[in-house]
Write a protein that binds this ligand. Structure first.
Ligand SMILES: *Cc1c(COP(=O)(O)O)cnc(C)c1O
Length: 365
């Protein structure tokens, strides 16, 4: 079911006592006043923090599942994988998803005795899921925007005795709800649209499996991969406008995609919301919005660079999901894409202003 974002905005207010601040207080403390018995009390800043706790309460409302926050998306992904894998485990990951997840698997997990297999997103089910302990999925993939049939994959993995972990960064819980589609664990980088203002790094893990969440929490406490209270406070503030930002961004992305598809400078476009897009059928079946990310391929790398660097309403930057539209050539990080392939993150600018700026810059290439 879609998260009730109105209820989310009043989660704190409806639990307040008279005279308490309406805005979430930032608790910046490593110590707690602990005379004698400590049972049931906050103990130490690596274990407890009231600002985190309220943020997790809001995230749990969005995910409809218990949540734990981490200092970055990779912190959350590491926690989910270290909590579910051990020496001898078999892990399956996409070969064309967010590349740092692959680095984690290849450079660190495989050295600890985890056997790692990679498959492309579009043929992910080929070969089945027998023998895999953890199947990590990302749909739509970053940056290709290919999608996977999440309910079918989650069901086959479960039948084969494994668990699925889904990276839901690109769509947020407002665009797609992997747990409702049968996935066991959701991980996300809240650095992107969830925070939305390009001023913080954060991540979270969500799951309805209590045993997994207990392991993830133990991992956080023991590894020390804890978020700073200030970042938690900022993310909470960002979440209060997630609904309006995400709505504007997805609506504008569809308008821009339709127009970009017709522009002579654009050789190729991917946006799951376009009826001809290879991801369209899956997107219609399992997402509630088509997202704010699209990709265009121009004629040459030079033209792509000129466009990104000269369009006054595109920040030439890595990362995405901010209020400011941004773009970059993904080949510069080694993603297996055309050198003129641009990932474009549509922000909150009024769409006609944004289109005018993009069109003008494309026209002069
Ligand atoms: C950015 C990103 C991550 C990593 O998140 P950080 O907050 O940068 O650690 C993971 N997965 C996807 C899909 C991302 O886009």
């Amino acid at each position: 079911m879609a998260p009730k974002t109105g209820e989310m905005l009043h989660l704190r207010g409806n639990a307040l006592n008279a005279g308490e601040p309406v805005a979430l207080p930032l608790t910046q403390s490593s110590m707690y006043h602990l005379p004698g018995v400590t049972e049931g009390l906050a103990t130490y800043g690596r274990v407890d923090n009231p600002t985190w706790e309220h943020l997790e309460h809001v995230l749990a409302h969005l995910e409809d599942a218990p949540c734990l926050i981490f200092p970055s998306g990779m912190g959350a992904i590491s926690a989910a994988l270290f909590a579910t894998l051990k020496a001898g485990s078999r892990l399956l990951i996409p070969s064309d998803g967010y590349y740092v997840t692959r680095v984690l698997a290849d450079q660190f997990l495989s050295g600890l005795g985890v056997s790692v297999t990679e498959r492309p997103t579009t043929t992910f089910t080929e070969g089945g899921f027998d023998g895999f302990d953890v199947v990590f999925v990302e749909s739509p993939s970053n940056p290709g925007l290919d999608m996977m049939d999440l309910p079918a994959i989650a069901a086959s993995v479960r039948a084969a005795g494994g668990i699925t972990v889904a990276d839901n960064t690109t769509l947020t819980p407002l665009g797609q709800r992997p747990l409702d589609l049968g996935v066991d664990v959701v991980v996300a980088s809240d650095t992107k649209a969830m925070g939305g203002h390009s001023d913080l790094l954060m991540g979270h893990v969500a799951s309805r499996n209590a045993q997994i969440m207990e392991q993830v929490e133990d991992w956080r406490r023991v590894s020390g991969a804890i978020p700073g209270p200030y970042e938690a406070w900022l993310l909470h503030r960002g979440l209060e406008t997630l609904d309006v930002r995400f709505d504007r961004m997805c609506t504008s992305a569809l308008v821009l995609a339709e127009r970009l598809a017709e522009h002579h400078a654009v050789k190729h476009i991917r946006y799951p919301g376009l009826p001809g897009d290879p991801s369209h059928t899956l997107a219609k079946a399992q997402t509630t919005r088509f997202g704010f990310l699209l990709s265009i391929t121009l004629e040459t790398e030079d033209k792509a660079e000129t466009f990104i660097n000269s369009c006054p309403m595109l920040r030439p930057a890595t990362s995405f999901g901010g209020v400011h539209s941004s773009a970059e050539r993904r080949a510069r990080w080694g993603d297996d894409v055309d050198p003129a392939f641009i990932r474009l993150s549509v922000g909150c600018e009024p769409v006609e202003e944004l289109w005018q700026s993009i069109e003008t810059s494309l026209n002069v290439l």
